[in-house]
Design a protein around this ligand. Structure first.
Ligand code: TRP
Length: 429
């Protein structure tokens, strides 16, 4: 849950839903979660707990002498890319938290929250400073070990974030934009069902939000014991993660419409809209402080799972200590993330994929290509590459119709759907 719930549910869900037209996207996103997400999430946990190793090692253990371990390398690469830009956005969240604590210009409302956000995130040093603070906190937790580091605080902070998002959604719905927001989010525009890019966006968001396709849950699965029941864990993670996203939508979009912001304004959407909400509330500073604190905490617990994937691999492969791996890998990932941050300021003329800026391009490569591809391979590994009876047994489904349906989905619907969405988005299908 700590891995799944993070910036993906609030920041990324809001801006991708906003850019992809709302309702149709939400519908496809939920379909992807049910038909592809849940089965692959189960597959990852099952692989990890049975093999008791990192992403690469798990495939080497379960299928020695075969090329399946390549899936693990794809996962380690994804961890580097995702955490590199995740750190930038998490840095923005930390910056807003401290702004609310100190009563800085972000919350005065003078000049508007949009112009503040633009000024802040296009500057050179301040975002890099906050990104480095986020990386230091994340490295610190991985350094002492995930379990010691966050398990307890997560159990308190996560429910608090949920309560806050529910309260803010309730308030946001009273601001006058409710009707427009509800129809934007919940009434699909059937014409956009013909746009393959909406499918790819929904698939990418499903993978990103559930932390799927790069072995984060293989790595976490390897820390579980046979006492933990995987299907129950999978269902609660998926349900809560999805509820979080929908609630975040109900918090953000009514305010977007009420304050006349554009739903498709991109990665800055929540950083512009939320301060507007807090400015309009009498206890806004308190809510703002709490919200950005809890959002930062959720981002850290997700960042930890990304770093842990790479750290677990380097620890085993090169016999590094946890401390050494956390510092070296975390440091490298920070450096890789610098261009994503500068892409809004000093490097704002650079576009990599289509007209996407650097951060958006990194996100596209990782979330819309690497994660689905990794998911495809993981599905095929459990569905086809592994012994069926052993997989079903290792999953805790046991020899039931659910277990057999799970394998069937991993053999058919999940890989076929991922392939079709892929091929159609590059115009081949
Ligand atoms: N799911 C997290 C979020 O919603 C981000 C994340 C953590 C992630 N670990 C991951 C995304 C692994 C993809 C893969 O913020």
């Amino acid at each position: 849950m700590g891995s799944a719930v993070g910036l993906g549910n609030i920041w990324r869900f809001a801006y991708v839903a906003g850019e992809s037209g709302g309702g149709t996207f939400l519908l496809l996103y939920i379909l992807c979660i049910i038909a592809i997400g849940i089965p692959i999430l189960m597959a990852e946990l099952t692989i990890g707990r049975r093999a008791k190793s990192d992403v690469v090692g798990s495939f080497e253990t379960l299928a020695p002498g075969t090329p399946w371990f390549v899936t693990g390398f794809l996962g380690v690469a994804s961890a580097f890319i995702i955490l590199s830009f995740y750190g930038v956005v998490a840095g923005w969240a930390l910056h807003y938290f401290i702004q609310y604590v100190l009563g800085g210009p972000a919350i005065s409302g003078e000049g508007g929250s949009e112009s503040y956000f633009i000024e802040f995130h296009t500057s050179t040093y301040s975002p890099l400073f906050w990104q480095s603070i986020f990386m230091i906190l994340t490295i610190g937790i991985v350094y002492v070990g995930v379990k010691k580091g966050i398990e307890k605080s997560n159990k308190i902070l996560m429910p608090l974030l949920a309560i806050l998002v529910i309260l803010l959604a309730g308030y946001s719905l009273t601001l006058g934009g409710a009707q427009e927001a509800l129809s934007f989010l919940f009434s699909p525009d059937w014409r956009s069902l013909r746009d393959p890019n909406v499918y790819l966006a929904a698939l990418g968001q499903a993978f990103f939000s559930l932390s799927l396709g790069m072995g984060a849950l293989i790595t976490y699965g390897s820390y579980l014991s046979s006492k933990d029941k995987l299907p129950g864990a999978a269902v609660s993670v998926v349900t809560l993660d999805t509820l979080f996203a929908i609630l975040a939508g109900l918090m953000i979009f009514p305010a977007v419409f009420a304050f006349g912001n554009a739903p498709n304004s991109g990665p800055g959407l929540v950083f512009i809209t939320l301060p507007d909400i807090f400015n309009s509330l009498s206890l806004g500073v308190v809510f703002g402080t709490l919200f950005f604190f809890l959002l930062s905490a959720a981002a850290i617990s997700s960042g930890v799972s990304l770093l842990e994937v790479a750290v677990a691999y380097f620890m085993r492969k090169f016999n590094w200590s946890r401390k050494k791996a956390a510092i070296i890998i975390g440091g490298i990932i920070f450096l890789i993330g610098i261009p994503s941050s500068l892409g809004y300021g000093a490097l704002n003329h650079v576009t990599l994929i289509g007209d996407r800026d650097i951060l958006d391009s990194m996100d596209f490569i990782a979330s819309n290509i690497f994660l689905p591809l990794g998911g495809l391979l993981i599905a095929l590994f459990v569905g086809v590459g592994w012994n069926k009876a052993e997989a079903i047994e290792a999953s805790d489904f046991g020899n039931t119709w659910i277990g057999h349906t799970w394998i069937l989905i991993l053999r058919t619907i999940a890989p076929v759907a991922i392939l079709i969405i892929f091929l159609s988005s590059i115009g081949l299908f």
